[in-house]
Design a protein around this ligand. Sequence first.
Ligand code: PHE
Ligand code: NA
Length: 501
Amino acid sequence: MEQRSQWGTRAGFILAAVGSAVGLGNIWRFPYVAYENGGGAFFIPYLFALLTAGIPILILEFTMGHKYRGSAPLSFFRLGGKKAEWLGWWAIFVSFVISTYYAVIIAWAMKYTVYSINQAWGDDTAGFLFGTVLKLGDTPGEAGGLVPGVALPLLLVWVIAFIILFAGVKKGIELANKIFIPTLVVIFLLVVIRAVTLDGAGLGLTAFFEPNFSQLSNPKVWVAAYGHIFFSLSIAFAIMITYSSYLPKKSDITNNAFITGFANSAFELLAGIGVFAALGFMAAQQGVAVSDVASAGVGLAFVVFPQIISEFPGMNGLFGVLFFLSLVLAGLTSLISICETYVAGFSEKFGISRNKAVAFGVGLAAVISFLFATNGGLYFLDVADYFINQFGIAAIGLIEVIAIAWFFKKLPLFEEHANAVSDIRLGAWWQICLKFVTPLVLGYMMFGLLKLNLLKQHTDGDGNIIGNYEGYKDSFILYCGWFVAAGVIILGFIFSALKWN
Ligand code: PHE
Ligand code: NA
């Protein structure tokens, strides 16, 4: 048996945890979620979710990893035997699925870094993305052929991931984060500073920060805050348990969790400012309202931002390169963390070396990821992401806190463990949040999500009911959505039934 890996320094661990947390979600998800859910007033539910669920669960997961010193399944096994182990596998398979398409988005960002140099997208940025780059097919649910223009950068993403993961925890993951994260911060600060000094930036910032307090009475806003915090902090994905299992015995837990949580939020706020300043600039250029250009996700990063870059008053190329490079760096450090969950899990379960686990686990993820580099790739990515996120996060988070707090009754033990090593002592608030507040909000959230999807009550932008998510046909939702969401649970049971080697 190899000796268990360890982080070299405290800063190395924090940078790796922040590297996992800070990802595409901060840049392309947070600004829009905040804007849509009350603007400036969103900070109230956001902070509430951060302090009652985000940081408490981060502390919980750091404590678990540090105490049981194992991958997520091994830590859960040590916590509660086979009855608990499957939860760790479930989280790992959710991470596995995410890694297969997260890599693809990084590949697009790489392409766009290069396209930025001379704004290769021309005037029709949407047509360029869907037609020229992704070569999107007409029928959602059909793969079509491989798109070499996406497949090649995707290969490069996996090569980088392989190099970092093969090099190990200290010499690979820690070193990569020590280089990537400070670089990311500098690059992104440049992007934001340039954005807020553009004409019309103020317009965007006003739209972003304007508080709409009446929205706070809408439960949807609170659910959005909780959902975002889970995704953004990479909790309930097995990631933070895995990373903290590499902490040396004498390591702070509570303070590290606060630092990670606040660093992620600071980055998010910065992204909100930068993105909306840039949107304000574009709205002013085109003489339209900010609400007409605001969007999230693929559309924001790969359709709207290219437009902004094209309209830039000088040094367009540089701004574009820095923006897409931020996406690449933020994405890579998150991808590494997702992959590490199953590298650790496979290697411990089957008693194989770390390198074998990288070769098999990450190799398999890489192969599967090429499905998303086909003509139908974007549709697959869209549905898989929707289902895996919606049901993965809320459900695993909910079951994790209920299992640990109520079923195995481990919170007092964990509190003692964390207090013994940490600068900050946990008070009663920590157990109250995990026992009551989080399960109640997550339970409500889960119920709403199930109802929405089972009754097919999704609406389009104008509020008309369109049935399934995005109006996709039933068969596609079934095999790409429900089967995947159920598949990761079934795989979880199968793997936990196998013997530890
Ligand atoms: N936390 C990352 C982000 O904000 C997303 C992520 C989720 C990364 C799950 C890994 C696993 O983008
Ligand atoms: Na994040």
